[in-house]
Design a protein around this ligand. Structure first.
Ligand SMILES: C[S@@+](CC[C@H](N)C(=O)[O-])C[C@H]1O[C@@H](n2cnc3c(N)ncnc32)[C@H](O)[C@@H]1O
Length: 197
């Protein structure tokens, strides 16, 4: 990532994420005991989330960022994994909830973003929730990402993308950011939708 991304490690960003964005996303969501966070970067969400679940597993693709998280959170309830969230080694259904914050626009193609979301769906338990947020597409943000990956999510397409991947009970909201909540269908929902086919 380029130098502009120092913002992600600033106290101002952590404050905004922790006082506005995350409280909105978890308002009606049960995070359960075991949560996955993909693309934690410097850990602004990690710090907030870890006090709300028994175990938080983070998957970070950048070796330096993963090493810093590992150092900060060793001997806590956070497990840091260096890896690519488009192909994760976790078992199916092994997390109660998952989160991805300000990271999808760093995933270089729509196909790779969809693979990442499909991987999150796979590792969630039935009924488990994905919560997420991202910046809205803008010229300013495009400029901010000069020489860096910039593949913003088009808000109008997100519900259909999440539905096609297999999520249900999806909420997408747009104000100065994009926020979304989506669930893995629970077994009862799978059975009743098969019965109505
Ligand atoms: C802008 S930072 C966001 C950090 C943090 N989530 C936040 O909101 O402050 C995006 C992070 O996503 C990570 N990332 C991008 N693609 C990834 C992938 N495929 N798997 C795991 N992490 C990824 C990047 O390395 C980077 O640390």
């Amino acid at each position: 990532m380029n130098e502009n991304h120092r913002l992600c490690s600033s106290p101002e960003w952590a404050e905004r994420l922790q006082t506005t964005i995350l409280p909105y996303l978890v308002r009606d969501v049960d995070l359960g005991e075991r949560m996955l966070e993909v693309g934690p970067g410097p850990g602004a969400a990690t710090e907030w989330l870890r006090s709300r679940v028994s175990q938080l597993v983070t998957v970070e693709a950048e070796p330096e960022a993963a090493a810093r998280l590992y150092e900060t959170y060793s001997s806590t309830n956070v497990t840091t994994v260096l890896g690519d969230a488009t192909a994760m080694a976790f078992d199916d259904g092994s997390f109660d909830s998952a989160g991805c914050f300000t990271m999808l626009h760093h995933v270089p193609s729509t196909a790779a973003q969809n693979r990442l979301l499909a991987e999150v769906l796979r590792v969630l338990r039935p009924g488990g929730a994905l919560i997420g947020s991202d910046s809205l597409p803008s010229d300013r943000l495009h400029h901010f990402h000069e020489d860096d990956t910039y593949n913003p999510i088009e808000p109008g397409t997100l519900i259909t993308r999440l539905q096609t991947i297999g999520f249900d009970r999806i909420t997408v909201s747009v104000d100065d950011r994009l926020k979304f909540i989506a669930h893995k269908p629970s077994r009862t929902e799978e059975i009743s939708s098969a019965e109505t086919r």
